[in-house]
Design a protein around this ligand. Structure first.
Ligand code: ACO
Length: 330
C-alpha cells in the first residue's frame, strides 16, 4: 500500500459582484445593521443573479486557480464538489464541471456535509492521493444559499451569502515542507432537524403546496445550533492538535468556518490563539457554508498573510450536524 504525502498546490476563490448590505436587509425585514453586526459580525454579503448556478461560480474560481499552480487542467484526475446548493440534485455539479473543463473520464462526485463540506472533501481527496488512486484532485466548496433563503425570515435571511472556493491537492515531493498533516471529521445525525430544507427531496417532492408554503428554503434553529457549534468547533480543533502533539502555540493561522464572529472568537479562545492569528472575512461575505474556508484561505494566500511553510488549522461545523478540522503546513 502506497502512502504518499499530500499538499495544497493552490487555492482560489470567486464571488458574485452584487453586494447585499445590512442596510439593504433593513428595507426587507424587521432587522437592523446594529443587530446583525453585534450578533454575527456580518456587514455585507454577495448574491448571484438568477442565471448563475454553483458550477458557474466554481468555474470562475477554477480559472483563477490554474493561473497560480504548476499543474495543468488536463492532469486533474479527481473532482469533489462540497455543496448543499448544487446546480441540480443530479447530475452532480462535479460532473457538470468536468464537462466545462473538457476533462476525460475521471471520478467526479458531489458531497453533502453542510458547512463542513470542504473539510470532508479534503479528507477524501487526501486519502485518494495517499494511496495512489489520484495524483491531482480538484476540491471545491461552493454555495449559493441565497437561492434557498426565505427572504421573509429575519432569523435566517441576514446570515447567508454566495461564493466558491477551489483548491488543488497533489502529491508532495520528497523533502518538501508543505503537507496536509492530518484531518478529522465527525457527525451526529440526531440534530438534523435543527438545520434543514423540508422540501425538494424524496421525503417531500415539489408540489404547488410546497412552493406555496415556501418549503424549498432553509430552516434553522440558530440559537440551539450556536451552542453546538461552539462546542464542536472547539472539540475539532483540540482533537486534531492533541493527537499530533501540538497546542495552539504551534499554529500560525486558524481558518474557521465563518458562521458567526462569536463562534469564531470562542474557538480561537479554546486553543488560546490570539485574534491576529485568525483569518476572518465574515464581514464581507457572511456565511457561504462549504465555501467559507477555501475563500478565507484563498484571500489570505493572495494577500500574503499565509505563506509556504505556515502551520494552518481549518475548522468547521455545519448541517447534519457535521464537524471537522484539517491540520496542514501550507
Ligand atoms: N434582526 C433583529 N432581531 C432578530 C433577527 C434579526 N435578523 N433575527 C433574530 N432576531 C431576534 C429573535 O427573534 C430574538 O428575539 P426575541 O428575544 O424577542 O425572541 C432575538 O433576536 C434573539 O434571537 P436568537 O436566535 O437568540 O439570537 P442569537 O444571539 O442566537 O443569534 C444567530 C442568532 C446569529 C442565528 C446565532 O444563533 C447563530 O449564529 N447560530 C449558529 C449558526 C450556525 O453556526 N449554523 C451552522 C452552519 S450553517 C450551515 O451548515 C448551512
Amino acid at each position: 500500500m502506497n502512502n504518499y504525502k499530500v499538499k495544497f498546490a493552490g487555492v482560489s476563490m470567486s464571488v458574485p459582484d452584487k453586494v447585499l448590505t445590512n442596510a439593504d436587509l433593513e428595507k426587507m425585514v424587521d432587522t437592523s445593521d446594529e443587530w446583525i453586526r453585534t450578533r454575527t459580525g456580518m456587514v455585507e454579503r454577495r448574491i448571484t443573479d438568477e442565471n448563475t448556478a454553483a458550477s458557474d461560480l466554481s468555474y470562475k474560481a477554477i480559472e483563477k486557480l490554474f493561473k497560480t499552480v504548476d499543474i495543468k487542467q488536463k492532469d486533474i484526475d479527481l473532482i469533489i464538489v462540497a455543496t448543499i446548493s448544487p446546480d441540480h440534485l443530479f447530475p452532480s455539479t462535479a460532473c457538470i464541471l468536468q464537462k466545462k473543463l473538457g476533462l476525460p473520464p475521471v471520478p467526479a462526485f458531489d458531497l453533502s456535509a453542510g458547512c463542513t463540506g470542504f473539510i470532508y472533501a479534503v479528507t477524501i481527496a487526501k486519502r485518494f492521493i495517499e494511496c495512489g488512486m489520484s495524483k491531482n484532485a480538484l476540491v471545491i466548496g461552493v454555495e449559493l444559499l441565497t437561492k434557498i433563503t426565505d427572504w421573509t425570515d429575519r432569523n435566517t435571511c441576514v446570515l447567508f451569502g454566495d461564493g466558491a472556493g477551489a483548491a488543488i491537492l497533489t502529491k508532495a515531493k520528497k523533502g518538501e515542507i508543505s503537507e496536509i498533516v492530518d484531518t478529522y471529521i465527525n457527525a451526529d445525525g440526531k440534530y438534523g432537524d435543527l438545520l434543514y430544507m423540508p422540501a425538494g427531496g424524496s421525503r417531500m417532492p415539489a408540489t404547488t403546496y410546497t412552493v406555496k408554503k415556501n418549503l424549498h428554503t432553509l430552516r434553522m434553529e440558530g440559537n440551539k445550533i450556536f451552542k453546538a457549534a461552539v462546542k464542536a468547533m472547539g472539540d475539532a480543533a483540540v482533537t486534531i492538535l492533541q493527537r499530533n502533539g501540538l497546542t495552539g502555540e504551534d499554529i500560525d493561522w486558524l481558518i474557521p468556518h465563518q458562521a458567526n464572529l462569536r463562534i469564531i472568537d470562542a474557538t480561537a479562545r479554546r486553543i488560546k490563539l490570539p485574534p491576529q492569528k485568525v483569518i476572518i472575512n465574515i464581514e464581507k461575505y457572511g456565511n457561504t457554508s462549504s465555501a467559507t474556508i477555501p475563500m478565507a484561505f484563498a484571500e489570505a494566500v493572495e494577500d500574503g498573510r499565509i505563506r509556504r511553510g505556515d502551520m494552518v488549522l481549518l475548522d468547521a461545523f455545519g448541517a447534519g450536524f457535521t464537524w471537522g478540522s484539517v491540520l496542514l503546513r501550507y
